[in-house]
Every structure is written in C-alpha cells, then in structure tokens.
Design a protein around this ligand. Sequence first.
Ligand code: ATP
Ligand code: LTN
Length: 334
Amino acid sequence: MTKARLFSGMQPSADSLQIGNYIGALMQWRDMQEEYDAFFTVVDLHAITVPQDPVQLREKTRRTAAQYIAAGIEPSKSTLYVQSQVPAHAELAWILSTITGFGEAGRMTQFKDKSQRYGSDQASVGLFTYPVLMAADILLYQTEAVPVGDDQKQHVELTRNLAERFNARFGETFTVPEPVIQKETARIYDLQDPTSKMSKSAESQAGVLYLLDDVNVTAKKIMRAVTDSDGVVRYDRETKPGVANLLSIYAALTGREISAIEDEYAGRGYGDFKKGLRDVVVAEFEPVRARALELLEDPAELDRTLAANADRAATAAEETLSAVYDRVGLLRRG
Ligand code: ATP
Ligand code: LTN
C-alpha cells in the first residue's frame, strides 16, 4: 500500500531552532515520518518575505537542515530539501495567485500582524502572497496531512479553499489537505514572558531555549525562568503561566503526565524543579546539538544530501505542475 503524503516546513529565520520548534514540530515530524511519505522543507523563499542578509541566509538554511537531521528526520526515509532548489514551488505559487482573491489574502492574520509591525511601505508584496506560496508547497505533493502549530491553521484553510476552487474550475487536480494541529500543551512560551509564544526570531534571547546554545547557557536560562511567588509546582495557565510552561516542556520531553511531575515536586521549591528540568533539557539537547555541529563541519556533504533530496522532490512536484499547466491552458513546448 502506498503511504499518504505529508508536508511541512520551517523558515530559516535564525541560526538555531528553539525548543518550541523541537516540541511543537520536530518531535511530531520524527514520529510521523514512519507512517507517511513525508516531505520536510526549509522554506527559504518564505524567509525572504522579510529582509535577510544573503550570506547569513545561506548559513541559516544549512543550519536549519542540519538540525532537522540531528533531531531525527532521516533523509533516506523522508524527503528533506530546500524549497528554492525546486522551482515548481514558485511556479505553482504564480498560478495559484491568479485564483486568490485580493480581499481573501488580506484577511490572513499573520500578514496583518507582520505588515503592522513593518509598516505598509516596508511590508512587501511577497509578505502579502506568503500564504499562496505556502499553498503551492502543500498542493504540489498531493499532500494529505500538514502538521503545523495553530498559528498556521488559517493558511492551511486557505490552501484547502484554493485546492477546491482550482478543482471546481479546471477539473480534479489537487488533493485537499487536512491540517494536523498540535494540542494546547504543545505550545511553548517565552521563559521571560510566559504569555507570548517562544519564537526563534524574538528580539530578546533571554527567554528562548535554542537547540544549539551551549549547555551552560541553556542551564542559566532555565534557572532564571520567570515563575511566581506562590512556590507550588502546579499547572495553571491562567494564574501561573511561567510554571505551567516549564511543566509543559518537562512533560513533552519525558512523555510523562503533568500530574506525575507535580506529584514528584510536591513540597519542594522551584529551585529543585528547575534543576530537574535543566537536566531533562540538557540530556535531550546535547546529542542533537553535537550531531548538528558535526554535520555542519562538512557543508559539502550536507549540500549533496540536500541536492539529492531536492531531485526527488522535483520529480514529484513536476508531475503536479505539468497537470496544472495543461488544465489552465498554457501552451506547452512541443
Ligand atoms: P519565527 O520567529 O521565524 O516566526 P518560529 O520560531 O515562531 O519562527 P516557525 O518557523 O514559524 O517558528 O515555525 C516552525 C514550526 O514550529 C511550526 O510548525 C510552528 O507551529 C512550530 N512552533 C514555533 N514556535 C513554537 C512554539 N513556541 N511552541 C510550539 N510550536 C512552535
Ligand atoms: N508558514 C509556516 C512555514 C511553512 C509551511 C509550509 C508549513 C511554509 N510552507 C507548508 C507547513 C506546510 C511557518 O511559518 N511555520
């Protein structure tokens, strides 16, 4: 039986991924790659919708790919590649942009947030059409499952609408994908500001646990995490967001129930609890960090792996793109 297709990706927007990317995405990808025919992409074309330094972008792209592999995504099992190495992504995005409403794109909340942050003169047209490129990523591979955080749900919904619209207008062409959304406890918050989502491109790094940070830095960030004055290790997102966040991380990495961890630390202070968490995080990160740095020592080998995977992706993508060009009525080269 052929496996169902899965597609997901991350932007190369930092030198290192953070623990939210690891818990919210990579751990799930690693499990799902067994039962799906999975495509995992470093979406560099998405990253350039906001200004990037060219030298750094290339480096961040390699580093992101190395961290996928170090975290357990196997390039022999899954197709792990760089988006810009498969031209069909940009080509399908153009076609899809012609069936996307201007108002429809304008309702995307990520665009509204980001364009507000940059101001309308700084916000690029690429930022506006970002979700259309994401739809192209997904639809090129006849994807059935798209594992993402809930912030991406609206984009997957747009993808579904575009697939249905194209199919209705031009004939059955695309599989309509389903989002696979993580449960609430899989969302990790900033250790210094536990009401906002941890993000790899955050302005302050003090509350962000980076996969490639030195062990001592990780330990310090955990020991300095914001908690509260009540001293009880108990999960309550409303009144104890700092402690609840640390409990979520602990539970996600160990696979234990939150209540079991609360019991273990009953009657003990936050110091003990943080030391326990520090040991868990360091033990999880150390091998991933070591493997990623090892892979980055041989960039030529890493580039070859990515290129071979891009070839595999391009073959699958071109099949869909060719059907799309035919359906739309573009005159093919004879
Ligand atoms: P950026 O700061 O560049 O927006 P990010 O760290 O917020 O980056 P993305 O590249 O947007 O992360 O997302 C990659 C994947 O990681 C997505 O599936 C997203 O849902 C997941 N993810 C990102 N941050 C978190 C978080 N704090 N908790 C859980 N999952 C997260
Ligand atoms: N927009 C996503 C990254 C992304 C993606 C995709 C995720 C680009 N294309 C296709 C899933 C499927 C983000 O910022 N996390």
